[in-house]
Design a binder for this molecule. Sequence first.
Ligand code: ADP
Ligand code: MG
Length: 628
Amino acid sequence: MPMPGGFSAIRALSRSLFEKCFADFLRVYRVLPSWLKRSTLKVFFCLALLATTEVLSLLSISFLAVSIAAPERLLGLGAVARLFNLFPQLKEFFADPRLLALAASLSVAGLIAAKNALSALVNVKAAQLDTRVALFAGETVFRQYLHSPYTAHLAGDSRIMFQALGWRGQLGTMFRTLILVYVYAAISLVLFAALFVATPGTLLLIMTVVMATGAGVYKAVKGKTDVAGRRAAEYGRRENQVSLNAMSGLRETLIYRQQRTFFSSFRQVCLDCLADRTFLDVAPSITMWTLESVGFLLIPSTLGVMYLLQDASMARITGTLTMIMLVSWRVLPMLNRAMLSLVVVRGLRHAALDCLGQVQAALDDPAPEPPEPDPHFALRRGISFKGVSFRYPKASGDSLSELDFFIPCGGRVGIIGPSGAGKSTVALILSGLARPTGGAVLADGRELGPAALEAYRLRVGYVPQSPYIMAGSLAENVAFSQWGKPWDEERVRRACRMAELDVAFERGLDMPIGGNGAGLSGGQAQRLSIARALYAGPSVLILDEATSALDTGVEAAIMKTIFALPQSITTIIIAHRLSTVERCDTLIRIEKGRLVETGPPALLLPRYQAWLEASFPPSAEGSATPAS
Ligand code: ADP
Ligand code: MG
């Protein structure tokens, strides 16, 4: 390799090391809490100790070789002479070269053992640091995820946070690897320096050749590694997407016979990234192959130079050659590990910095922990909507516009309107999960402050359109509002009875349920969701099409229970079948997010029915009512 090229490669390598990597390191270091910063510095300190023992053990090996091949050269060293002046007994003792060799070999064994013990310690500490950084990142993002307002989740922010949560491991590993890059690079440099001090002159040129070769290979490999790393990450995402789609939509895949499409796109993605993955796998080794070949070529070259140009003695040649062999045996792998770590960092960077961005955002603008519920909160008269408007995040228009109505405490209120009218959005605001973007919701005529809102939410039982069922026992699911605490068996039974949840009695409260409600029919899942709301003993119960998956008989039975609930429970019913809301005290009819009218069912239902028939005339086959 031409020397100017070699130097420019060394410059590029040092720029990578001292600008890009250092900036990445600092970016992570800055966001860490002080105790993790201290751990990082401790790891660095241990690594510096390790580097020192590494150098000492290497030098001791070289002493061992010289003590065997040319003991008189070792005894002639200035430092040794001074030592002997201090302790004359040592001089007598080491007069026997066999004892000198024994002492040298003992020091080698001791230093190597110390180095390995330290190395084990450092590895454990570094692995702990890696995991703790990942834990810190995970905790920070997860806390933000859990404390962000519900509207942030609707805006899709939670998806980004969730992905960042998955990448916390990459962040930890990148941080650890960055530290290792510096340590390996430092050890290599120190070893080179030590060898240079021990045998100056000839080695300078040789070291420069080795460094330039390493840097040159790195320079040649790095651009392609970046591209391959980015592409491999992208392919990984696509691969996941394809397999996840096929997994979550297996039923549709089988019905619409899409197996072949999924399989061939999966195969195609895997094949597409074959070349990039192969390159990423092989790239780090390219440096090793080159450096090792160059390293061992140094032995005959040096021998030749020392013999031909310097006519050096065998003793000097032995000393120098030992050094070079040590370079090839110990320093090159170190240099190689530094390069390998650099390549690993480049591969992890994309995902790790993405996660770091979310950690940074969470630290800069932390979602406040919800306040303790106001213990003095009471709801006695009712809830009123005063000019309530609501626009979903990122939506172009309002989903609710200036709604005005009053729901008295203990009232049974039905909300009717066609699909997309805004009924579920009203339920969302009534539940306290989202706050209006215009107007206000008043409880007993007062706006709810944060602590009162928490207290209000505790009184709400909410049965959404698609129930959430978690993996666990049936009782744990019913007693979700007391999750983590022992559930009250009698209360669970009562809630199940009220919700007509027969499986609870047929298969027992301990019946295991899989995630996504595996093991339950759609109707049973919905009844479980109702039982959960009733278990919480709500004073406001919101049923958002909660019985639409049930057959008419079961729905009628549940509604009978709901209407028989104590008068203290305010019930808001959004129902698909209009017969369900017939017994309500009041109906609120909305359309396109606006209030059409409110009034008793006897007045509103016939008018609404007529409107439905005019807007969605029954088809020739005489299908059922088109929309709720
Ligand atoms: P309904 O329950 O009456 O069928 P919704 O309250 O679910 O109607 O929806 C009312 C309007 O709000 C619809 O136009 C719907 O497209 C819109 N909408 C619902 N959810 C979201 C959301 N997460 N982001 C944006 N728009 C939404
Ligand atoms: Mg709805």
